[in-house]
Ligand binder design. Structure first.
Ligand code: SAT
Ligand code: MN
Length: 595
C-alpha cells in the first residue's frame, strides 16, 4: 500500500513526473523495514541482487560495466548566467538542458514502478536538516536511500501540508516494452546520462545512471551541490568534510571537520583509532558536514547522512578496522567480488586471496588474473549506527561545535606533515589552494598535481570564487569563535619512494598537537608557509620514526615552495576578477614571505 500525500505541491511534483515519465505504477515509500525487505526480495528474485551467505541480510549487486562511478563530465550546474556556475563546473542554459532532458524523460519509466522517496538530510526536526523528495524508477536506489538517509512517513509528517522540500527527479533511463526481459542493471548509455542541478530553483534532475552519487540524489547532488548554493544564500556551510570527536585523557572534547580529495584516507581518518595514550576518537560523519552558527556564536555541524557509501577496495582490518566491523550485516555491496563460500572480497581484503571468485563482471576469477576481481570503485552501503566508534551524539539535532578545520592532500614532496594557518584568511587560502597528486582512482596520469579547492571541485554548486568569498564572510561573522585551520599531508615520501610517516592511527599525534594548539599548550614556530610544530611539540612517545624522517617532513623547503607560486597564480587566474581580493593578498603575502 502506497502512503497518502497531503501536501499539494508535493502531489503536483509527483503528478507531473508521472505524466512525463509514464510509469505503470506510482508508489510512495513509507521507509519501513517491511518495504526494504519487499523490494530487496524482488531484486533477489529477478537475479539483480545476490544474497551473501556469510553476512546476514546483506547482498551483492553488479552494475553495468558502463555505470560504475560518478560521471563528472555529464554533471551540470545550470544557472541562467554561465558566470554563476563558474570555471570549475559544466554549464548548459536551464531552458536548453530542460528541453533535452524532458525529451529523455518522456515515457522513460514505461513498464516500471515510480517510487516516491520522502527523505531527510539530517536528523528529522534538526534546525540544520533539509527535506528532499526523490522520485526514482530504481528499487536499488530506494533500498540504498533507506540506509543513506532517513526515509518515509515520518519525513512526510515533518513536511506537513506546506513544508519546504527539494525535488529530485531520477530515472535509470531504461523503459521496458511489454514482454521485454529486464537487464540485471538497467541504465542508459553514457551519452544519454545527465546529472543536472538548477540551483536557482533548488531542483535536481538525474537521468541514465543507477550508480552512487549519480542516483542517490541526497548525497552529492542535494547535500553538496544544491546545499552549497542554498548555504551561501542562507548564511551557512555545506562542506565535503568528515566530522570526528577527539576526547583527551582529561575528558575534554574537540570536534574536527576535515576535507580531503578522494584517495587521501578520509574514511580512515573519520574512523581513526588513536595510538596516543588516553585519547579517544569517535565518528560523527565520514563525507559531508552541514554547519550553522549556533546561539553561542560558534559553528555547529551535523552529518546530514545516515549511512556510509564507502570505497571497498583497500578497506581492511589493517587500514580501517572500524569500517570492517561495520560491515557484518545489513549491507548492500556493489561491484565487489563474490567468493565460493558466499562472502564478498576485494583487493586489499585481509587474509589469503581466494583461490577462485566471481569478479564484479560476473565472470570466473583466479589469482594472477590480469584483471581485478572487484572494481576499484566498488562500494559498501552501510548504516552509520553499525559503526563501533559512531559518536553517541552523531544524531544530536543541534550538531557538535567545530573547533578545528583540516584540509589536506596527497603530496610526495614539498608540503609538510602539518601546518597551522596564521589567520582565518590564510586558512581559507590553504583550503582554496589544496593540492593532491592523482592516484589510480583519478582519470589522467598518476602523479599529476591537481588543485581541488576544499575538496569541493566536483561538488560546489556555484562559482568557486564566490565560494571562497562565502568562506571569508563566514569567518567575519564567526570572529574569534571561528575554528582554527590546519593543513596536513600524511603522504610524504623519501627520495627512494618510501613513506616517511606511518599514517593511519599515528595521525592522532598530529590531531593531538592541533588540540593543544587550541588550548595554547603546544608550541609552534613561524615559517613562511604557516605555523609548524616546534621541536618536541609533537607527541612521538612510543613511535618508531627515525629523527631524520621527522626533520624532513617538518621542514620548509623555500626553493620548492617558490617553485609552486606559478601554479598557484595559474590556479587563481581562472577565476578572473571574481577572485576575492583577500585571496590575492594571501598569495602575494606568501610570495613575499618566501622572499
Ligand atoms: O558515488 S558517490 O558520489 O556517492 C561517492 C564519491 O564519488 O565520492
Ligand atoms: Mn565524498
Amino acid at each position: 500500500m502506497s502512503t497518502r500525500i497531503k501536501h499539494e505541491k508535493l502531489q503536483a511534483f509527483v503528478d507531473e513526473a508521472a505524466a512525463m515519465c509514464g510509469p505503470d505504477e506510482v508508489y510512495v515509500c513509507d521507509g519501513s523495514t517491511g518495504e526494504y525487505d519487499r523490494l530487496m526480495a524482488l531484486m533477489l528474485e529477478s537475479g539483480s541482487a545476490t544474497p551473501l551467505k556469510k553476512r546476514p541480510n546483506s547482498v551483492l549487486f553488479r552494475s553495468d560495466p558502463s555505470d560504475v562511478a560518478r560521471v563528472e563530465d555529464r554533471t551540470y550546474i545550470s544557472t541562467p548566467d554561465r558566470a554563476d556556475a563558474g570555471p570549475t563546473n559544466n554549464w548548459v542554459a536551464p531552458d536548453e538542458l530542460k528541453a533535452t532532458m524532458k525529451g529523455l524523460y518522456r515515457g522513460c519509466m514505461k513498464g516500471r514502478t515510480m517510487y516516491v522517496i520522502p527523505f531527510s538530510m539530517g536528523p528529522i526536526g534538526s534546525p540544520i536538516a533539509k527535506i528532499g523528495i526523490e522520485i526514482t524508477d530504481s528499487p536499488y536506489v530506494v533500498c540504498n536511500m533507506h540506509i543513506m538517509t532517513r526515509v518515509g512517513t515520518r519525513v512526510l509528517e515533518a513536511l506537513g501540508e506546506d513544508g519546504e522540500f527539494i525535488p529530485c527527479l531520477h530515472s535509470i533511463g531504461a523503459p521496458l516494452e511489454p514482454g521485454q526481459k529486464d537487464a540485471a542493471w538497467p541504465c542508459a548509455p553514457i551519452e544519454k546520462k545527465y546529472i543536472s542541478h538548477f540551483p536557482d530553483e533548488n531542483l535536481i534532475w538525474s537521468y541514465g545512471s543507477g550508480y552512487g552519487g549519480n542516483a542517490l540524489l541526497g548525497k552529492k547532488c542535494l547535500a553538496l551541490r544544491i546545499a552549497s548554493a542554498m548555504a551561501r544564500k542562507e548564511g551557512w556551510m555545506a562542506e565535503h568534510m568528515l566530522i570526528l570527536r577527539l576526547t583527551s585523557p582529561g575528558g575534554k572534547q574537540y570536534h574536527i571537520a576535515a576535507a580531503f580529495p578522494s584517495a587521501c584516507g578520509k574514511t580512515n581518518l573519520a574512523m581513526l583509532q588513536c595510538t596516543v595514550e588516553g585519547w579517544k576518537c569517535e565518528t560523527v560523519g565520514d563525507d559531508i558536514a552541514w554547519m550553522k552558527i549556533g546561539p553561542d556564536g560558534r559553528l555547529y555541524a551535523i552529518n546530514p547522512e545516515a549511512g556510509f557509501f564507502g570505497v571497498a577496495p583497500g578497506t581492511s582490518y589493517d587500514s580501517n578496522p572500524m569500517a570492517m566491523d561495520t560491515l557484518h550485516e545489513n549491507i548492500i555491496f556493489t561491484n565487489c567480488a563474490l567468493t565460493d563460500d558466499g562472502d564478498i572480497w576485494w583487493e586489499g581484503f585481509d587474509g589469503p586471496v581466494p583461490a577462485h571468485a566471481i569478479d564484479w563482471k560476473g565472470r570466473d576469477w583466479t589469482p594472477g588474473s590480469t584483471e581485478v576481481a572487484a572494481h576499484p570503485n566498488a562500494r559498501f552501503t552501510a548504516p552509520a549506527r553499525q559503526c563501533p566508534c559512531i559518536c553517541t551524539d552523531w544524531e544530536k539535532p543541534e550538531g557538535v561545535p567545530i573547533d578545528i578545520f583540516v584540509f589536506g592532500g596527497r603530496r610526495a614532496g614539498v608540503v609538510p606533515l602539518v601546518n597551522e594557518a596564521f589567520s582565518w584568511d590564510h586558512g581559507v587560502f590553504l583550503g582554496a589552494t589544496a593540492s593532491s597528486e592523482t592516484t589510480a582512482a583519478n582519470i589522467g596520469s598518476v602523479g599529476d598535481l591537481r588543485r581541488d579547492p576544499f575538496a569541493m571541485k566536483p561538488f560546489c554548486g556555484y562559482n568557486m570564487a564566490d565560494y571562497f568569498q562565502h568562506w571569508l564572510d563566514m569567518g567575519d561573522r564567526l570572529g574569534d569563535k571561528a575554528p582554527r585551520i590546519f593543513y596536513v599531508n600524511w603522504f610524504r615520501k623519501s627520495a627512494a619512494g618510501k613513506f616517511l610517516w606511518p599514517g593511519f592511527g599515528e595521525n592522532s599525534r598530529v590531531l593531538k598537537w592541533m588540540c593543544e594548539r587550541i588550548d595554547g599548550r603546544a608550541g609552534a614556530r613561524k615559517t613562511a608557509i604557516g605555523l609548524l610544530p616546534e621541536e618536541g611539540a609533537l607527541d612521538l612517545e612510543g613511535l618508531d620514526v627515525p629523527g631524520e624522517n621527522m626533520k624532513e617532513i617538518l621542514a620548509v623547503d623555500t626553493a620548492a615552495w617558490k617553485a609552486e607560486i606559478p601554479s598557484l597564480e595559474k590556479h587563481f587566474a581562472q577565476f578572473g576578477d571574481r577572485l576575492p581580493p583577500r585571496m590575492k593578498a594571501q598569495l602575494e603575502g606568501l610570495a613575499k614571505r618566501l622572499g
